[in-house]
Design a protein around this ligand. Structure first.
Ligand SMILES: [Zn+2]
Length: 495
C-alpha cells in the first residue's frame, strides 16, 4: 500500500531515547511503523512539518478509564460547569486523549473478575492502544500462596490471572488492605508489619514476594505498587518503608504525591511535605520508578481500589460515596471531590506533587500523571506541563494558594524549569520504557508511528493543549483538536 507511506519533512524532532533534542529532520513512515529513509523516497507522500515540534505519541501509564469503578464515577460525578466531564464516556476519553497527542493508556486498577468487562469497554475507545493492570493480589488464592511462601504457586496464579484477564501488569492497591476492609477494620497499618486478619502474612512480605514473582514470570512492567496509608498524615514513613522493602527489586510506585505527607493529623499545624527525605532515598536507589499523581485545583472524582481511603475521605469531606466489590474480591470506593487553593490540605497536595517533579534528579525514572481522575482530569496535563516548564507561571500559581503552604513548601525556592526534552521524557519516553513498551515512546526505526506535532508557543499550556496533528500507527487521527479517525487501537496484553 503506497497510500499509508509518507514522510514528515523538516520537523524539529524530540526523541530523547536517541539523543535528538530539537534537531531538524525527516521521519519516514510505512505500514504504521517508522522506517529508514527509502531509496525511492521521492515518490512518497510529503507532509510539511517545518517549524513544528515533533514528539512520539504520549503514553499514560497510570489512569482510570474503564471498568465498574469508572462507571460508578460517571454516575456520581457532578455535571461539569464547563469543559469535559470529570469522568468522560469511553468514547470521549479516547477522543480527548487523542486530541492531546496521547496514543497509549493503561488502566491501573482492574479487579480480575472485571477484566473481561473492562476489555469490552476499552475495545470501544477511539484511537489509543490500551492495557490493564490486574488487582491480582486481592485474590484469596494468591494471598494464601504468598502466606505459605509458595513461590511456584504464586507465580502460576499470577501467570493464570494475566492470561485469563488479558493483563499487562500486576497492581497491588494497599497491600493486604482489602482483607482488613472485609474484616471490618480500617485498611491502614502505619507500619507494613501488622499481619492480615486470620493470617501470618504481613503487607511487607506480600509486597516483596509479589515484586519477586512478577520479576520471575517476566512481565514487561514490574509490580505496580499503590502502597498503604494513602492520603493519611504521616504516611511518608510508609512510602519510605515500601521503597526499602522493594530495594533491589524492580517496582513502580504509583501516585507518590498521595503518600508523601508529614504530620500526625490533618490539622493546620502538622500536615505538610516529606518529599525531601523521600527524594533523597529515591535518587540513590535506581531500581524503582514512580508516577506522581499530581493534584490540580477544581472538581473531579476520586476512585480507588483502596476502599478504606475512600471511606476516610468521605468522612473528612462529608461527601456521599459509593463502595463496591467484585464477587467479594477486589473493591473500590468512589466519591466527588473539589480541590481548593484555599484549603491547607489541598494546597499541600498540589505543592507536594510539584516538589516531586522538580526535585527528582533523573526524569527517566518518573512519569507524568494526575492519577486521572483522582488528582485531576488527564485533560489538565497541558496545565501541569506549563507548571513544570514555566517558573514564572508557577510562582504566580504559588501566590494564590494557602499562605502556610506558600511559606513552608520548598517550591518557593525552586527555579527549575523542564525543557521540552524533559517534558517529552516524562510524558513519552520514560513511561513507555517503564511500562515495558520497546516500540513506543521514541521515534527510531521500528517504532510504532505514533507521532504528535505541536506548534511551538511561549504558553506551554496552549501549545500542549492543541497539537497540530496526531498520528496513531501512521494514521492521521486528530488535527487541531478535532478527531479525524476514531478507529480503536490495539489491546496490549502481556505474553
Ligand atoms: Zn490510580
Amino acid at each position: 500500500m503506497t497510500s499509508d507511506r509518507f514522510v514528515l519533512v523538516g520537523g524539529t524532532i524530540h526523541d530523547p531515547t536517541h539523543g535528538r533534542d530539537g534537531t531538524v529532520g525527516d521521519l519516514w513512515v510505512d505500514a504504521g511503523r517508522i522506517v529508514a529513509a527509502p531509496a525511492d523516497g521521492a515518490r512518497w507522500r510529503r507532509i510539511d512539518a517545518a517549524g513544528l515540534v515533533v514528539m512520539p505519541g504520549g503514553v499514560d501509564l497510570h489512569s482510570h478509564v474503564a471498568g465498574p469503578k469508572v462507571a460508578a464515577g460517571r454516575r456520581i460525578a457532578p455535571a461539569p460547569a464547563h469543559g469535559p466531564a470529570a469522568v468522560p464516556t469511553i468514547h470521549a476519553t479516547g477522543a480527548l486523549y487523542a486530541a492531546l497527542g496521547y496514543t497509549t493508556v493503561f488502566d491501573a486498577a482492574i479487579a480480575t473478575g472485571a477484566a473481561a468487562l473492562a476489555h469490552r469497554e476499552l475495545a470501544e475507545m477511539p484511537v489509543l492502544d490500551r492495557g490493564i493492570y490486574l488487582l491480582a493480589a486481592d485474590d484469596t488464592a494468591v494471598l494464601t500462596a504468598v502466606e505459605r511462601d509458595d513461590a511456584a504457586a504464586t507465580e502460576r496464579l499470577l501467570r493464570e490471572a494475566i492470561a485469563t484477564g488479558g493483563g499487562w501488569g500486576v497492581k497491588v492497591a494497599n497491600p493486604g488492605g482489602p482483607v482488613f476492609w472485609k474484616h471490618g477494620r480500617r485498611g491502614d497499618h502505619h507500619d507494613l508489619d501488622t499481619t492480615l486478619p486470620g493470617s501470618t502474612l504481613s503487607p511487607r512480605r506480600l509486597l516483596e514476594r509479589l515484586a519477586r514473582a512478577v520479576q520471575t514470570i517476566g512481565l514487561p512492567h514490574p509490580l505496580h505498587v499503590h502502597t498503604a496509608n494513602l492520603g493519611l498524615p504521616g504516611n511518608w514513613r510508609t512510602l519510605l518503608e515500601t521503597m526499602r522493602t522493594l530495594d533491589g527489586l524492580p517496582a513502580h510506585l504509583a501516585h507518590v504525591q498521595f503518600h508523601s505527607y508529614s504530620g500526625g493529623d490533618l490539622d493546620e499545624g502538622s500536615f505538610g511535605s516529606a518529599v525531601a527525605a523521600l527524594v533523597e532515598w529515591f535518587d540513590t536507589h535506581p531500581g524503582i520508578t514512580l508516577d506522581v499523581g499530581q493534584v490540580l485545583f477544581g472538581a473531579t472524582v476520586a476512585m480507588t481500589g483502596d476502599s478504606a481511603a475512600a471511606e476516610h475521605l468521605a468522612h473528612a469531606t462529608g461527601m456521599p460515596w459509593m463502595s463496591h466489590d467484585q464477587h467479594l474480591s477486589g473493591g473500590c470506593g468512589v466519591l466527588p471531590i473539589r480541590y481548593k487553593e484555599t484549603s491547607l490540605v489541598h494546597a499541600w497536595q498540589w505543592a507536594i506533587g510539584l516538589e516531586w517533579f522538580l526535585t527528582v534528579r533523573d526524569p527517566w525514572r518518573l512519569a507524568l500523571s494526575t492519577d486521572h481522575p483522582n488528582g485531576a482530569s488527564f485533560t489538565a496535563y497541558p496545565l501541569l506541563m506549563r507548571l513544570l516548564g514555566d517558573a514564572a507561571f508557577r510562582r504566580e500559581a504559588l501566590g494564590r494558594i494557602h499562605p502556610r503552604v506558600r511559606s513552608r513548601s520548598a517550591l518557593a525556592g525552586i527555579d527549575r524549569e523542564y525543557s521540552l526534552q524533559e517534558l517529552c521524557i516524562v510524558t513519552r519516553a520514560a513511561p513507555a520504557r517503564i511500562a515495558g513498551l520497546p516500540h513506543k515512546g521514541h521515534l527510531g526505526v521500528g517504532a510504532d508511528a505514533d507521532i504528535t506535532l505541536y506548534r511551538p508557543q511561549a504558553d506551554l499550556e496552549a501549545m500542549f493543549a492543541m497539537p497540530a496533528k496526531v498520528f496513531k500507527a501512521g494514521r492521521l487521527v486528530a488535527e487541531d483538536g478535532h478527531l479525524r479517525d476514531p478507529t480503536p487501537g490495539a489491546a496490549l496484553v502481556a505474553g
